[in-house]
Design a protein around this ligand. Structure first.
Ligand code: HEC
Ligand code: HEC
Length: 236
């Protein structure tokens, strides 16, 4: 968290310095240093800029250039075909932004995150990450994948009601009635079955380090994971 906040401060400072330069203010080196310190102090007191404010400094063309690179795995509109690659279309904007920053600073460190996404996220600036999150979150979500009706029914019951005896929480209480997520809580509806299974196991083993989801996933057995993933993949 601290690291993310300071990264965005640095980029904002760079922006405000560029703005000064554009205004044609000619600054001696000493003055520039003073103004950088002043900007830094001001920035520490100012609230963090919103995703939309940050995204405003990259052009749609620049975002599309990067989307093209992402599309080889995630599809041009974020509807990937292979279950190794999660669907990004219609995913929560704040969640996408947080995950890209977590790949960039290596706090999301499960094996596929490391293999596929660390390199991809390494050179993305905060404004570009915000632009990509805005783009993918506004794409039409994938169509649901129908599954075995018994598994879907059992998974739906677990998702909506949990299982107090077995220490399984009510997933719906955070992910929402229709598994659409909110803010930094991800949409799960119409995600790939295999990807969901993989992530629940990653959370349980702490390969993907997230305290909230570790608590939620650690008591799930393989049958329950299968039921939940089948149910979620089948939701519109
Ligand atoms: C070479 C294939 C590949 C490319 C190219 C790629 N990704 Fe990924 N991406 C993956 C894989 C695999 C995962 C799943 C990682 C895991 O299992 O933890 C992933 C995960 C993600 C996630 C997390 C989704 C979630 O539901 O948690 C986001 C966000 C993401 N990628 C965005 C991007 C963006 C933006 C780009 C382009 C800059 C990109 N990816 C390029 C393979 C790729
Ligand atoms: C207390 C709130 C809460 C509850 C309850 C909860 N989740 Fe989550 N879930 C989260 C948050 C927050 C994240 C994002 C974690 C991160 O940032 O890595 C998440 C992430 C996930 C992901 C990863 C999705 C992706 O795209 O990578 C899956 C799968 C998931 N949850 C399934 C479940 C299931 C199934 C249950 C019920 C057994 C459940 N969650 C209960 C808050 C919750």
């Amino acid at each position: 968290m601290i690291k993310q906040a300071s990264t965005s401060r640095v980029s904002v400072n760079a922006q405000s310095l560029r703005r000064n330069a554009r205004r044609g203010v000619s600054l001696a080196l000493g003055l520039a240093a003073v103004s950088a310190i002043a900007a830094c102090v001001a920035q520490q007191q100012a609230p963090k800029p919103s995703a939309t404010e940050v995204a405003a400094s990259v052009t749609p063309d620049q975002v599309q250039g990067i989307v093209h690179m992402c599309s080889s795995c995630h599809g041009i509109t974020g509807v990937s075909v292979s279950p190794t690659f999660p669907r990004l279309a219609g995913q929560q904007e704040a969640y996408l932004e947080a995950q890209l920053k977590a790949f960039r600073d290596h706090t999301r460190a499960d094996p596929h995150a490391h293999t596929y996404m660390w390199g991809m996220a390494q050179h993305l600036s905060d404004p570009m990450i915000a632009g990509l999150a805005t783009y993918f979150s506004s794409q039409k979500p994938a169509a649901p994948t129908p599954g075995d009706p018994q598994l879907v029914a059992a998974g739906g019951k677990l998702f909506m009601e949990g299982n107090a005896d077995k220490g399984i929480p009510i997933c719906q209480s955070c992910h929402g009635d229709h598994a659409l997520g909110m803010d930094t809580i991800p949409r799960l509806a119409s995600q790939h079955h295999d990807y969901l299974v993989e992530q629940l196991k990653n959370f349980a083993s702490n390969a993907r380090n997230n305290q909230i989801m570790h608590e939620n996933a650690k008591t799930l057995d393989n049958d329950q994971i299968e039921q939940l993933a089948t149910y979620l993949a089948a939701q519109p």
